[in-house]
Design a protein around this ligand. Structure first.
Ligand code: 4NP
Length: 163
């Protein structure tokens, strides 16, 4: 079991939604001074090794974060022990994670938006096949999720409990 929170954000391709969730959450933990391990991954393998979609890079940049160096990877079996939280962007990917996890692994599985009280059970907007402004809606969603999650984790990180 990890000795600090460790969060893995998961979507299908790891080039749009989960990299944006990772970026928004990294900004939140930096702002709050929290010690949390963070990464993102995809359940699919179509985009392995690729940088985020150019439209995702652009919306991140507009919101003050550079994600050009992120590279897509696929969820692996060890993620379910390495991370305390494995958070899917939508229900399809959550179901896939539930199939992939081995019995006895320790990660909590859930949806990112379960960490926003009024959005429990909702999915982050999938912008991949839509118009460019869909990425702004995705950014809004992942930012809400990131803020809610960071507020929860602040209660139990070693950094927070020393303050
Ligand atoms: P993501 O978006 O899962 O948010 O990274 C997608 C990326 C690729 C595909 C679909 C969604 N695709 O069909 O290749």
């Amino acid at each position: 079991m990890p000795d600090r929170p460790a969060v893995l954000f998961v979507c299908l391709g790891n080039i749009c939604r989960s990299p944006l969730a990772e970026a928004a959450f990294r900004a939140e933990i930096a702002r709050r001074g929290l010690d949390v391990e963070v990464d993102s991954a995809g359940t699919g393998d179509w985009h392995l090794g690729e940088a985020p979609d150019a439209r995702a890079q652009a919306v991140a940049r507009r919101n003050g974060t550079d994600i050009a160096h992120y590279r897509a990877r696929q969820v692996r079996a060890s993620d379910f022990d390495r991370y305390t939280h494995v958070l899917a962007m939508d229900r399809d990917n959550l179901r896939q994670l539930q199939r992939l996890r081995a019995p006895g692994t320790t990660a909590r599985l859930g949806l990112l938006l379960d960490h926003v009280p009024e959005r429990v059970g909702e999915s982050v907007a999938d912008p991949y096949f839509g118009a460019a402004d869909g990425f702004d809606a995705t950014w809004t969603d992942v930012s809400q999720g990131a803020a809610g999650l960071a507020a929860e984790l602040a209660a139990w990180t070693p950094t927070a409990s020393r303050n």
